[in-house]
Design a protein around this ligand. Structure first.
Ligand SMILES: *[C@@H]1O[C@H](CO)[C@@H](O)[C@H](O)[C@H]1NC(C)=O
Ligand SMILES: *[C@@H]1O[C@H](CO)[C@@H](O)[C@H](O)[C@H]1NC(C)=O
Length: 543
């Protein structure tokens, strides 16, 4: 705690913000759900023409094709393209992650030749063999999620696209997506055979040595349940759902809350595989915690009948986040700031004012919760968080936000005091950009909820900045320094999630044409939403 308690003025109707030192406690009254969001967040008045939207959607598609060609030329069949050294890298088990992560976006973009090439390749992967270490979380969200989602799309609303674009023979290839998902899950499932039933985070496929003395992170085993449950629902074989949900129980009800649950619903980070007990009390919505919270509400979106408990757990975490983790940057330097950030906690209840690009998905996640539960307070809070993360983009000379940032007035580095006074945050730790999606993902949700084209403009600005700094002759790359206008050095990695997430959210925010629009197949959260995105942005059909 720094300084004396000090009360701050209400920023928005219905929200009273208490600033205690540097930590702001936020209490919200129950707001009417009948009133539109524009009552609280006025519409900017920006309306984009269809022709503008079309040219933007086309530019995103062009970026996909450019990245795909680079990958095929120099990276395929390895996991990803290293565009500067013009070769492939295997950071994701070596089964060709970019293909599986890329197929869903290619389907939505209606690129039949690309999809056909991807389907053929996927049908021939041997998921029973792997020389590299398996990361169960990454393998689930990228490979299993990618295949199950592509199956949901191609056996569902995009089956017409298959027929008209690719011919009848490809139906067998579509079904191989599901078969291959079963092969993969069967190759991985022994890792759940620990004393507690919490799976091992890393292992060699053929090792089969259970190491129950290890630990796993809450995101590591709390972000499997959507993909493994969907696989059971599609195949009628309950074992995958049972395994993943059994592990999840340790997070729904914590064995040792005095350590593992420092705030109601907000958990520590690491859990022991032998007894399911937490070993630490630090955490938040950033790395290793993030998608556990994300999936609580997404499971409810997937099937409200089966996953009400998950939703209640999300509500607990959301309420604690609003109450204990919210803070405004440097209240004394920016008294009228309406920026809100979410901090991280360590040693139990100490909240530090640091954030990350990864945690910027939280605005979108609150907006999803607000839509599903009809709770205006989550929508408002979500939009405020989107503004905070937007500031990290808008005020960076490159136009892209950093991997890590801070807003603790007492810790501003001396060479950033002026920057902080102007912008309300400062660079703190890593300043690179790895083609991450979270800020754009939240813009997507903000646009869906508000229908305010301002968010489309923000997404476009982000794309133009990425295209300007990360584009290479053969694809896109991570960059070293977003605090420089040119983005610093090109770091030589085109992550597979560039295809799965960044390009998909960008395409969906601009695209008003194609099957998606004509068939009204409901990607949009809310009452008629038919899909839920896994944490890798693979759309899974709601149960
Ligand atoms: C799990 O372990 C038990 C006993 O150690 C063994 O009988 C069983 O076959 C194992 N299951 C899997 C899926 O490996
Ligand atoms: C993206 O970069 C390419 C290559 O520099 C350029 O030709 C294209 O116009 C850019 N697109 C946008 C939308 O800025």
């Amino acid at each position: 705690m720094y300084g004396l308690p000090r009360r701050s003025r209400a920023l928005l109707l219905g929200l009273i913000l208490f600033v205690v030192g540097s930590t702001m406690y936020l209490r919200s009254e129950r707001l009417s759900t009948v009133e539109p969001i524009s009552t609280y967040f006025p519409h900017s008045g920006i309306h984009l023409d269809r022709s503008v939207l079309k040219s933007r959607a086309d530019a995103i598609k062009e970026a996909y094709v450019h990245s795909w060609h680079g990958y095929i030329q120099y990276g395929f069949p390895m996991d990803e393209l290293l565009p500067m050294s013009k070769r492939g890298g295997n950071s994701m088990s070596g089964w060709g992650a970019s293909v599986i992560d890329g197929i869903g976006t290619a389907v939505l973009m209606e690129l039949p030749e690309v999809v056909e090439e991807q389907l053929k390749f996927i049908s021939q992967i041997d998921y029973t063999k792997c020389e590299h270490q398996i990361n169960l979380f990454e393998t689930t969200i990228r490979y299993l999620g990618g295949m199950v989602s592509a199956y949901d799309l191609l056996a569902g609303p995009y089956s017409k696209f298959i027929q008209s674009g690719m011919g009848e023979k490809n139906h067998a290839l579509v079904h191989s997506l599901l078969k291959q998902s079963v092969v993969l899950a069967d190759a991985l499932k022994w890792s759940f055979n620990t004393t507690s039933g919490i799976p091992m985070p890393f292992f060699m496929l053929h090792d089969r040595r259970i190491k129950s003395e290890d630990i796993n992170s809450i995101a590591g085993f709390g972000t499997l349940v959507l993909e493994w449950t969907r696989l059971s629902d599609l195949t009628g074989d309950p074992q995958y759902a049972t395994m993943s949900q059994r592990a999840q129980e340790y997070l729904l009800k914590v064995e040792n809350p005095e350590i593992g649950e420092p705030f109601p619903g907000l958990l520590g980070t690491h859990v022991r595989l032998n007894d399911g007990k937490f070993v630490d009390s630090h955490g938040g919505w950033g790395a290793m915690g993030d998608s556990y919270y994300e999936y609580l509400i997404k499971m409810y979106a997937y099937d409200p009948a089966r996953f009400k408990r998950y939703m209640r757990r999300w509500v607990e975490a959301a309420e604690s986040t609003m109450t204990y983790l919210t803070s405004v940057p440097g209240p004394s330097t920016r008294p009228r700031s309406n920026l809100i950030f979410v901090g991280e906690y360590s040693n139990g209840k100490q909240v530090s004012m640091r954030g990350s690009h990864l945690a910027c998905f939280i605005g979108g996640n609150f907006l999803l919760g607000g839509q599903l539960l009809g709770e205006m307070k989550y929508n408002i809070y979500g939009l405020q968080l989107v503004e905070g993360c937007r500031a990290t983009y808008a005020k960076s000379p490159s136009g892209i936000g950093p991997e890590r940032f801070g807003w603790d007035e007492s810790l501003v580095p001396s060479n950033q005091r002026e920057f902080f006074a102007r912008n309300g945050w400062y660079y703190s730790g890593e300043i690179d950009y790895r083609l991450r999606p979270e800020v754009i993902e939240s813009y997507y949700h903000a646009w869906v909820v508000t229908r305010d084209d301002k968010y489309r403009d923000w997404a476009w600005e982000a794309f133009v900045a990425i295209n300007r700094t990360c584009r290479t002759e053969h694809g896109f790359t991570s960059i070293s320094d977003v605090s420089r206008e040119d983005g610093g050095n090109k770091d030589d990695k085109q992550e597979s999630f560039w295809f799965a997430e960044v390009l998909k959210y960008l395409f969906l925010i601009f695209n008003e044409e194609g099957i998606q629009a004509k068939e009204n197949i409901g990607f949009v959260p809310g009452k008629n939403q038919k899909w839920v995105f896994n944490t890798e942005a693979h759309p899974i059909r709601r149960y």
